[in-house]
Write a protein that binds this ligand. Structure first.
Ligand SMILES: Cc1cc2nc3c(=O)[nH]c(=O)nc-3n(C[C@H](O)[C@H](O)[C@H](O)COP(=O)(O)OP(=O)(O)OC[C@H]3O[C@@H](n4cnc5c(N)ncnc54)[C@H](O)[C@@H]3O)c2cc1C
Length: 349
């Protein structure tokens, strides 16, 4: 290869989709993806993988629309990928038709529904119910590995290789690796997920103001029916996701523990995690309280503006940071990858 040398740091769903996008757009580029661990083993491995067709701002709705179309096209092209269309109901004790309509994409069509659209989990009677279309869920780790496999003959994936320093030098960027080797690239994309404080990457990523928050989801040991919908609890920023392929429900809820370390946070559910999850279930789905619970604990990077950050982060315009997707990095990854490639190839041109 004699084209532009591009290194992507991080092989989560974001880094892998960035590599796919660059490989598709620039057939002559020499692309390497480096990860200190295995492909898809960071936040992507713990993700609930729910795609909801909604966004709080104009940019988020545009990104969501693009990502939804991207995943829909992937599913049509490769029906064996683990992308499962999922019926979605929204419940709220306070929101009206207008509020719900404004949050969801045009085309997702929030329509008023009734309790027959809800699974038998004991949702309280004093709520309004809507049905929206366009939702799906996936096993993000599995999907990331499948999507990394396609360009593997074209992209140099190096697992178990940490980047220990990033140094813009002359016309390029020097990367020092945990193996003792060095790599020189023309352009670099940093897609480190919640490893924003990594000493090698922090000088570039920290100015974005991204902070790392604990993210927890409870597993409820009751097998949902194939037809059960996901239920979004609009008032609580929480949802219940049926995972019939795994044989349990997943309850995702907002945790407010900030500045956790991705290297140590995955030490199991704490009593506070379980108590907060149970409080949410008691309010929204009390029928599930009688089942055993377990779960998944990790973290994600959040930006001050609560929109993903895709930005040039060095003086020479050679290093791009793509991430801080605020707990929505799966569903926004295709749009993040597109913005990163626009920026990177625009800079190259
Ligand atoms: C419990 C949980 C539930 C979630 N549910 C949803 C959901 O339903 N829907 C949704 O859209 N999102 C969800 N998310 C968020 C989503 O999973 C993340 O936003 C997304 O996976 C981030 O992807 P990423 O590629 O940016 O990061 P990651 O998947 O974390 O990948 C980053 C990679 O960078 C590597 N790395 C870091 N530093 C270095 C270095 N110096 N050298 C080499 N490699 C390095 C890491 O090893 C890692 O593999 C959830 C997250 C969690 C934790």
């Amino acid at each position: 290869m004699t084209g532009t040398r591009i290194v992507v740091v991080g092989a989560g769903i974001v880094g892998c989709l960035v590599a796919r996008e660059l490989a598709a757009r620039d057939p002559h580029a020499a692309i390497a993806v480096l990860d200190r661990d295995a492909i898809g083993s960071g936040a992507s491995r713990r993700s609930a993988g729910l795609h909801l067709p909604r966004g709080a701002t104009e940019r988020l709705r545009a990104m969501t629309r693009y990502s939804q179309d991207y995943y829909d096209a992937l599913r049509r092209e490769r029906p064996t990928l683990p992308i499962h269309p999922t019926p979605v109901t929204v419940v709220s004790a306070t929101a009206d038709d207008r509020t719900v309509g404004e949050t969801y994409l045009s085309g997702a069509e929030p329509v008023r529904a009734d309790r027959t659209d809800l699974p038998a989990v004991g949702v309280p009677p004093d709520v309004r119910v809507w049905r929206v279309s366009g939702g799906h869920h996936t096993a993000v780790h599995e999907l990331t590995c499948a999507l990394a496999r396609d360009p593997r003959s074209r992209v140099d994936f190096r697992e178990g290789v940490a980047v220990t320093a990033v140094q813009p030098v002359g016309g390029g960027v020097l990367l020092r690796l945990s193996t003792g080797d060095t790599l020189t690239a023309d352009r670099v994309v940093l897609a480190p997920g919640p490893w924003t404080a990594d000493p090698a990457l922090a000088p570039f990523v920290a100015p974005s103001g991204a902070r790392v928050k604990k993210v927890v989801a409870l597993h409820v040991e009751q097998c949902p029916a194939d037809t059960d919908p996901a239920v979004v609890f609009q008032d609580d920023d929480a949802f219940l996701l049926p995972l019939p392929e795994r044989g349990h429900w997943l309850y995702s809820f907002a945790r407010t523990e900030w500045d956790v370390d991705p290297g140590t946070v995955a030490r199991g559910l704490s009593p506070e995690d379980v108590d907060e999850a149970r409080a949410g279930l008691r309010r929204w789905a009390p029928e599930l309280l009688k089942y055993d619970v377990s779960g998944r604990v990790f973290c994600d990077a959040y930006s001050p503006a609560r929109e993903p950050v895709v930005d040039v982060v060095d003086d020479g315009g050679r290093v791009v940071f793509a991430g801080a997707a605020n707990g929505c990095g799966y569903r926004l990854a295709p749009a993040i990858a597109r913005e990163a490639a626009d920026l990177l190839l625009g800079v190259v041109a």
